[in-house]
Design a protein around this ligand. Sequence first.
Ligand code: F6R
Length: 615
Amino acid sequence: MCGIVAYLGNKAAEPIVINGLKRLEYRGYDSTGIAYFDDQSMHTHKTKGKVSDLEEVLAQHPKHHSTVAMGHTRWATHGVPNNVNAHPQTSNSGNLVIVHNGIIENYASLKKELQHRGFQFQSDTDTEVLVNLIEDVQQQKGIKLGKAVQVALSQVIGAYAIVVFDRRKPNELVAARLGSPLAIGLGEEEFFVASDATPFLEYTKNVIYLEEEHLAIIRRGKKIKVHKIKDDSQITPYIEELQMSLENIQKGGYDHFMLKEIFEQPKAIQDTLRGRLLSNEGVITLSSLREHDNRFLGAKRIIIVACGTSWHAGLVAEYLFEEFIRIPVEVEYASEFRYRDPILYPDDVVIAISQSGETADTIAAINIAKEKGAFVYGICNVVGSTISRITDTGCYTHAGPEIGVASTKAFTTQITVIALIGLYLGKAKGTLSRSAYQAYVTELENIPQKVERILTSQAFIETVAQSFEAAQNCIYLGRGYNFPVALEGALKLKEISYIHAEGYPAAEMKHGPIALIDKEMPVVVIATKKGHYEKVVSNIQEIKSREGRIIAIVSEGDTQVKELADYCLEIPESSEAFAPLLTTIPLQLLSYYIAVQRGCNVDQPRNLAKSVTVE
Ligand code: F6R
């Protein structure tokens, strides 16, 4: 939610900030803006729309060579997307500018107080309140910018990642975070501040991920200073080396990031297995589990917290862990878990699943679990993300950066980690027989090739998509391990093509949804050989009798469903437990092509943002 980029150095700042914002557009893209300091004054340009719209605005203004600037791409929370509500926001005196990601929850009461003191507001944003609060502190106490930001933030309830600039101190930026990420790139006599490291990849590999409730004072030609916001104590920040390359974040010849990421799945799964699945020796090594064997082997219950696609991966884990480890599993929406008073026992293990590692609801759920004394394990994709830091231990999926807003390779690599955990613990507990364990290990190793094979049906799936481009609704059905896949297939379709879609367990259809079926209704049914095949075939018969149009995901060589379905998308045979790693792939491609044929912006669907860092 919202992307921030700021630069202070010796290069022209505007192009660096603009390019950086383009890389962060996955975080929000409803309005955008930039502020730079040139000729002793601040210049701010903002517009509704995307960074490309901002470029058009900037082209109408004289060229400049400012070496300090900050920019923002917004996903609206307070106030509709327009020029006034876009960031940067400026204080009443015009001295301070700010870019902000997050929500100031007590902004209304702060605003009232500031209005009493004579402050006036142009926008509907909480951010304008924050920048004026900082100004108010500065004016009242006559203190430096860094200190004023610290004092102001101690009055704030909510979440923020901010960068603040004072035009009277043009060689300084102040950055701070609580609940929203900020990365600081350290170059040769130059500094970058951004919501993630992608805006400065080509300039430096040295990065500081600002910790929760820390504030950084960045001065030209000086060493960066980092303080705790609470007690002002100074700390020595940890400088990490970035492992990401520019190639990872480019489209590489594909029309969309989503398509590139769908096609990256064989490699992403392979990378997630690398060094963890040693099939020759029949061994799975997961140091995070080995080091906490007692917690996992003694667990009476596993509770999974996640949102969206990651929650669907959690549902797959419910089936897999219960089968492999014989431990009861509960899968919770993080947003619901956090507002109940969940009952947790000392021998429960909580697993948080998140691609970004920054989802606000999942972070809050983890914090509640920790407060109640639970042991929390994280499955994250983004290295160094908040969730990877606040969990007791965990395991990264090695999917690489996922930029398309609709999650694809994150999902299959999450399931890969879940499979590894299930196999490791199933073997350790003795709940999986030796032969079953060995067969699964061999099968898991072969999954990347099978995914590769499914991807060769791309052109056929594109043709099938043409028949459904005009659909208004769609139903997805699956049973057992394929029920979460049905939910995920429906989510993919609705989020990128805006077709209303619902996923159901196939047998639930007759309890209501069957009323929707007529000859206009496409029904996607996952009907692979292993996994209640005959029962699903009966469900297909029921749809057929009501003239529904059927697209079936079937095992290679299937004949029975082929006679009933309008279209069949084949996948290689697999065990039921690992089927989601395969059945998901044609559904991703189907949604992708339907959305493209409807002219939708696949990588940046309306109203969405990749990283949901607000409630
Ligand atoms: C859907 C999608 C979202 C995310 C959800 C959780 O394609 O991407 O539903 O899965 O916002 O995000 P993470 O996994 O980053 O916690």
